[in-house]
Design a protein around this ligand. Structure first.
Ligand code: AGP
Length: 603
């Protein structure tokens, strides 16, 4: 996730671009840059790190010019650095591009462009777009952009301008947001509405597969094939704070709603139809590996519990899961034949980093799953699988948990493939179902009102139990953690079968039990646990599979059916929403819960 801003009009572009970038910095801050057309020449200023570094480098100096583009980066391809910062010029320096998204076929495009004599200055996927437009340009920038983008696979929102059409800004979108702001004799391009708000409240959404051209007078929209589209502008009624959260009252809620997109993003570039294509682990010698160990903390640890199940089930590789803070103080049996998988959305968790160091000292093969590009864990591990979830601003993990589950699922399939334990057909079947998850998750999100109503009804309780078996057990743990973290209610996640070995003594009519009772291998067992709980007069909030009419509980939330190993990806969503609405009812600081930090960098 990066931020794009563009301006064409009678005012100096640079201050407008810099102000827009400040409002979009929540989308990434690995680097920032602007390009302005100044008397027939493109002037580019860019810096690694936050926007403040760029402002310091400019030191109050304004780059003159009335047309420009700005970019704030969340790195995906190429480390955060000045060279990889956008905007990126073509070979001639006559046009410049900014991009948000991932060009999936960039490696082959880059190779072809190199063979045709283009030279690259960055490691980004974006730069191929600049060179493709350069090749396609025959005096019409919008047409050249359409032509170039027809060769591109993946996701993008782009902005481009050229010295050859000095009053024109071109934008395009496919699966990454882009909006046009309409002013009086001036127009704007932006990834998100906050960048537009100081200037205009009239806007126009660019839809997937469309190209727009903006000059001072107006805007034209086409499909990629060149068919002109008529689009009515709309009025933006949000205030600035609401706009930064996409209209949601909290980042946490916005990020829960981004989860279907997080699944698609985690898959981006890793599938070829129904075939796995995990380039990150390509060429990795696994022949000597005889066991594995997943190390992580908190929510990432729970993703690890799911991962262990999938890897053991599909790849038949014995796996251990360790809490990172305990790992190095236990006597971990780690040697060069162990695959150590470290999961950390931030990539900076001190305990997980210590585990990485220990694993390396013992000669283990290390693989990191992380969201933040260039974070410490990604620099230390042998290989990295990025979550590709975009920045998560809410302190508690929501969409990054979903992305962790998706990526570990792909990794488990890859290990099974390498070990010859799943056929192409079996892998294809799982992948088909993984691809169906975003739309199934949208259906879960449609139940939000019902979950909010439930949350309001139970928000005054002081203790909850979450129970589940098999793949539902990690969901019980994560559901309880979410409730603790943002609503400050005591909650415990338990394997359902363990309840009778002690915790059942705590149950009474005031302690609700969330029972994860999806249809699957353990269904009849969890139903028995529900009976035990109800016999103690505790209220049961059940999560069941759509169509299950037999379930007996005080409240039932339904989720669509999916393959058993994929159930955790859907089953957690209602409990994230539940925790959110309970916290709201109790007036808690949801985006910044007390005592918590996004990256726990101390032991
Ligand atoms: C998640 O909501 C928590 N705040 C916390 O448990 C977190 O998952 C844990 O600190 C690990 O963080 P990491 O994924 O950044 O390593």
């Amino acid at each position: 996730m990066c931020g794009i801003v563009g301006y064409v009009g009678p005012r100096f572009a640079a201050p407008i671009l810099l102000d827009g970038l400040k409002r979009l910095e929540y989308r990434g801050y690995d680097s920032a840059g602007i390009a302005v057309l100044n008397q027939g020449r493109i002037e580019i200023e860019k810096c690694e790190g936050k926007l403040e570094n760029l402002l310091a480098a400019l030191d109050g100096r304004t780059v003159p010019g009335f047309l420009g583009l700005g970019h704030t980066r969340w790195a995906t391809h190429g480390e955060p650095s000045q060279t990889n910062a956008h905007p990126h010029p073509d070979c001639t320096g006559r046009l410049v591009v900014v991009h948000n998204g991932i060009i999936e076929n960039y490696a082959s495009l880059r190779q072809e462009l190199l063979e045709r004599g283009h030279s690259f200055t960055s490691e980004t996927d974006t730069e191929v777009v600049a060179h493709l437009i350069e090749e396609a340009y025959e005096g019409d920038l919008a047409e050249a952009t359409r032509k170039a983008l027809r060769q591109v696979r993946g996701a993008y929102a782009i902005g481009v301008f050229s010295v050859d059409e000095p009053e024109l800004l071109v934008g395009a979108r496919l699966f990454s947001p882009l909006v046009v702001g309409l002013g009086q004799g001036e127009n704007y391009l932006a990834s998100d509405i906050p960048a537009l708000l100081p200037h205009t409240r009239r806007a126009l959404i660019v839809e997937d597969g469309e190209v727009v051209a903006l000059d001072r007078q107006g805007v034209r929209v086409w499909t990629l094939e060149g068919k002109e589209v008529h689009r009515e502008p709309f009025h933006i009624s949000w205030d600035l704070e609401a706009a930064e959260k996409g209209g949601y009252p909290h980042f946490v809620l916005k990020e829960i709603h981004e989860e279907p997109e997080a699944i698609k993003n985690a898959l981006r570039g890793r599938l070829d139809g129904e075939r796995l294509s995990l380039s990150e682990v390509e060429g990795l010698d696994l022949s000597q590996i005889n066991r594995g160990c997943i190390v992580a903390c908190g929510t990432s640890f729970y993703a690890g519990l799911v991962g262990k199940r999938l890897i053991e089930e599909w790849a038949c590789l014995p796996m251990e899961v360790a809490i990172a803070s305990e790992f190095r103080y236990s006597c971990p049996v780690i040697d060069p034949r162990t695959l150590v998988i470290l999961i950390s959305q931030s990539g900076e968790t001190a305990d997980t980093l210590a585990a990485l160091r220990l694993a390396k000292e013992r000669g283990a093969l290390t693989l990191a799953l992380a969201n933040v590009m260039g974070s410490s864990i990604t620099r230390g591990a042998d290989r990295v699988l990025y979550l590709q979830a975009g920045p998560e601003i809410g302190v508690v993990a929501t969409k990054t948990y979903i992305a962790e589950l998706v990526v570990i699922t792909l990794l488990a399939l890859e290990l099974a493939r390498r070990r010859g334990l799943l056929t192409k057909g079996q892998i294809g079947e799982v992948i088909r179902e993984v691809k169906a998850l975003p739309s199934k998750m949208e259906r879960v999100l449609e139940g939000e009102e019902e979950i909010a109503r439930l949350a309001r009804r139970y928000a005054d309780r002081s203790s909850f139990f979450f129970i589940g078996r098999g793949v539902d057990y990690p969901t019980a743990l994560e559901g309880a953690l979410k409730l603790k973290e943002i609503s400050y209610i005591h909650a415990e996640g338990y394997p359902a079968g363990e309840l009778k070995h002690g915790p059942i003594a705590m149950l009474d009519p005031e302690v609700p039990v969330v029972a994860l009772a999806t249809k699957g291998a353990h269904y009849s067992k969890i139903i028995s646990s529900i009976q035990e709980v109800r016999a103690r007069k505790a209220q049961v909030l059940a999560l069941a599979t759509e169509g299950d009419e037999d379930i007996e509980a005080d409240e039932v939330i339904y989720v669509p059916d999916t393959l058993e190993p994929l159930k955790p990806i859907l089953s957690i969503v209602p409990w994230q929403l539940f925790a959110y609405y309970v916290a709201r009812e109790r007036g808690c600081d949801i985006d910044k819960p007390r005592n918590l930090a996004k990256s726990v960098t101390v032991e």
